[in-house]
Ligand binder design. Structure first.
Ligand code: ASP
Length: 302
């Protein structure tokens, strides 16, 4: 049976000086997921492990190191989905959770609900035995300085998608089960309470063993309107090819709404797909036919 893992570290105009750190972070995450899968672990465990690595890496806009909102606070969103059962868990606008992907996993298993937000999600974390952290522990100097500069800027900035670095992972395990997970600090200087596509089932992520699994990154307002993760897995089922499905989904996203973003996906057979409309997308992956992790920022055509 085939196993596979693919991760993304955000799709945006990543400055060349940051390329190496993004690639290294993605490689470490894919390696953590591969370790789980190659030792017989589940796809859910693999995506959680991979996403946690990137949440802990301040390079990315997830967990510690996330962008600050307009109030100068970190507000995190994450989601996870099991392609075997269609069980899903998601959290949004949490401020005191260092690894929101693990809280989303607890929502999936331990709650009758799919999506918990804000103070209620943090209360659930305590009930589920997950420690809450000091919100200041998630703020790093780089982001504090960006926030100060934006706050002091004169004039009103137009709503635009710029710096990002959301993370996500898709995996197929030896039992043939697909899973997907996503985590983000959202867009820079977002309105407090704003939630993007990242934790929303069908928009930022989707997994169904019978169709495929996909994780999206990019301008959340556009991804939500095009339900991009479900659109991608429907294309996998229709076309029978993950690479083509990713390209078709991103072409639709770009032409229909001027979409800025990217998608990673896996077919039920373990083929990988990657596509983006932004200048770069950080990614890493491994399948049974690869001797090592493959990684980069610019996806080659075909
Ligand atoms: N999709 C994320 C959001 O809009 C941002 C990103 O993927 O970079 O919150």
């Amino acid at each position: 049976m085939s196993i596979a893992i693919v991760v993304h570290g955000g799709a945006w105009d990543i400055p060349p000086a940051l390329h190496a750190d993004h690639e290294l972070g993605c490689r470490a995450a894919a390696q953590a997921g591969w370790q789980v899968l190659s030792h017989g672990g589940t796809a859910l465990d693999a995506v959680e492990a991979a996403v946690r690595v990137m949440e802990d890496d301040p390079v990315f806009d997830a967990g510690r190191g996330s962008h600050l909102n307009a109030d100068g606070a970190v507000e995190l969103d994450a989601g996870i989905m099991d392609g075997q059962t269609l069980m899903a868990g998601a959290v949004a606008a949490v401020k005191r959770v260092a690894n929101p992907i693990s809280l989303a996993r607890r929502v999936l298993h331990d709650s009758p609900h799919v999506f918990l937000v804000g103070a209620g999600a943090e209360r659930f974390a305590i009930e589920a035995g997950l420690p809450l952290c000091d919100p200041h522990a998630l703020v790093i100097e780089r982001e504090q300085m960006l926030w100060e500069a934006r706050r002091n800027a004169t004039g009103k900035e137009q709503l635009a998608f710029g710096k990002a670095g959301t993370v996500g992972a898709v995996a197929l395990d030896a039992a043939g089960n697909l899973a997907v997970g996503n985590s983000t600090g959202g867009t820079f200087f977002k309105h407090p309470g704003r939630v993007g596509d990242t934790p929303i089932i069908g928009c930022g992520l989707y997994a169904d063993n019978t169709l495929g699994a996909a994780a999206c990154t990019g301008w959340g307002e556009q991804i939500m309107k095009t339900v991009l993760a479900k659109a991608t897995v429907d294309q996998i089922a229709l076309l029978g090819n993950a690479a083509t499905a990713a390209n078709v989904a991103i072409a639709y996203f770009r032409h229909r709404i001027g979409g800025l973003g990217g998608v990673i996906c896996i077919s039920p057979e373990g083929q990988i797909g990657l596509a983006h409309s932004t200048p770069y997308m950080a990614y890493a992956y491994r399948t049974v036919t690869d001797d090592d992790i493959l990684s980069g920022l610019q996806v080659k055509d075909g």
